[in-house]
Structure formats: structure tokens, C-alpha cells
Write a protein that binds this ligand. Structure first.
Ligand SMILES: Cc1cc2nc3c(=O)[nH]c(=O)nc-3n(C[C@H](O)[C@H](O)[C@H](O)COP(=O)(O)O)c2cc1C
Length: 161
């Protein structure tokens, strides 16, 4: 798949097959993700591979679509609010790199923001000074949803003088 095709066909996957994803591939996609832009090379991301006990405690409403893997992606706070915001932006770039690298090889992701609340932070063991950007089911899609329509980008373009 070329890059445009990968970007355009990606979906947030809600139901997964039980087939495992090669762990070496996961590592490869995480390594690619870490090439994300990040201001001052803060590399603010941390990745937790969520094991079965922790996953059960998270009690996600669909068990992450029964994805074979669940990962949580954290972003470190900075010394200032701006740095914290830039770190979160960098970590979102990290996530998108990971999502697209996986998707290019037929593997989908389910983005859940449920890791942010206090109870789930505790379950995940998130230390002070970090925020949870998302908890992700990762696996081969059982169903690929239809694309959700986007506003034509022309409507969001503004020509400045
Ligand atoms: C920051 C962020 C948080 C999200 N949190 C959730 C979530 O908690 N649950 C969920 O079902 N999808 C979540 N999503 C996925 C969006 O709902 C999804 O991307 C959107 O509906 C568009 O669908 P698509 O990604 O398949 O194009 C999240 C996406 C982002 C960027």
C-alpha cells in the first residue's frame, strides 16, 4: 500500500480477529513511530504493553473489540504548559505513525481514551507527570467500517495575503 492509500483506508477498528500479531512487527512499528517529530527531542512517549490482568481490571465495554494486544501510550509533561502541550502533540504524531505502519500491513487499531480517568490511571500504574494519550487495541480487523465522511478540505482552506 502506498502512503496515500494507507492514510485514506485507515479506520478505527472496533472488532478484531483472535489471530496474534507478530511481536517483532509490533516492535518494528513502535520503532517507526519513534521517528515522530518532537520538539527539543523530548521523546515524551512511553508505551505500556497491557497484560491480561491489567486488561481485565480496565473492564473496557467491548474488551477492546477482543483485540489480541492492548497497549497504552503515555506522554510526559514538560517543564511548562507549552512543553506539555507540545509533548502531547508529538505523542499523537507517534501514535499516528504506529497506526499507519500497522495498517499498511493489514493490522488495525482501536483508539480508546479511557486511560485518562483517575481509576484507569491507577490500574495502569501511570506515574505522576504523565498523561495517557490513549489505550489501543491492536490486531487484524474482523470488520472494517465504512469511511466516515469528512468536511471537504476546501471548506477549511483560507488564502492569506
Ligand atoms: C484523541 C482521540 C481519542 C479517541 N477516543 C476514542 C474512544 O474513546 N472511543 C472510540 O470508540 N474511538 C475513539 N477515537 C477514535 C475516533 O472516534 C475515530 O477516529 C473517529 O470516529 C473517526 O473514525 P475513523 O478513525 O475510522 O476515520 C479517538 C480518536 C482520537 C484522535
Amino acid at each position: 500500500m502506498d502512503i496515500l492509500e494507507t492514510i485514506k483506508t485507515r479506520r478505527n477498528i472496533k472488532v478484531f480477529k483472535s489471530d496474534l500479531v507478530d511481536q517483532d512487527k509490533l516492535l518494528l512499528w513502535l520503532q517507526a513511530a519513534a521517528m515522530a517529530p518532537n520538539h527539543r527531542m523530548t521523546e515524551p512517549w512511553e508505551i505500556y504493553l497491557v497484560g491480561p490482568e491489567t486488561r481485565a481490571k480496565l473492564n473496557h465495554k467491548t474488551n477492546f473489540g477482543n483485540a489480541p494486544f492492548v497497549i497504552a501510550v503515555l506522554s510526559k509533561y514538560g517543564k511548562t504548559d507549552i512543553e506539555t502541550e507540545e509533548n502531547a502533540l508529538a505523542t499523537a504524531c507517534f501514535v499516528q505513525n504506529f497506526v499507519l505502519a500497522a495498517w499498511a500491513e493489514g493490522v488495525g487499531t482501536f483508539w480508546s481514551s479511557m486511560g485518562g480517568n483517575t481509576k484507569n490511571r491507577e490500574i495502569l500504574g501511570v506515574p505522576e507527570g504523565y498523561e495517557v494519550i490513549g489505550v489501543f487495541g491492536v490486531g487484524y480487523p474482523e470488520e472494517i467500517p465504512e469511511p466516515k465522511q469528512r468536511t471537504p478540505i476546501e471548506n477549511k482552506l483560507k488564502q492569506l495575503s
